[in-house]
Design a protein around this ligand. Sequence first.
Ligand code: FES
Length: 135
Amino acid sequence: QTLTSYPQVQIAHLNDLHVGKPVAFDYPLKGQSCYLIRLGTPALDGVGPQGDVVAFSTTCVHMGCSLADHYRAAYNVLGPCPCHMSTYDLSMGGMPTIGNATENLPQIELLVEQHGAIFAQGVWGLLYGFEHNLT
Ligand code: FES
């Protein structure tokens, strides 16, 4: 089955999120690993009452190594990547700040509905290893 548009999927509730504790989820397809994170400071395209809730792919756009378990809350970054040190600023749309990556880490488009449920509904950027994020 091939998706032609992004699914809207509930991934968590605002009450589930704590600064420094990422929530792992797959989006848009199974195996496309992402983190939902409350940064504690406002972020570009952040959602929630403080604008500090963001989500990103945890697959490094340089050569596809996993950035899971490499979230550093004190700096609002994912990285350094264990392969070649790329580090991505999660408050700045996933902009690479150190290392070999030349593109932003793909950011997941989020929606918070009025009772606090958080949905993923799109991806900004191309996930590593895919010609199209949905196939
Ligand atoms: Fe992450 Fe190279 S794969 S920096």
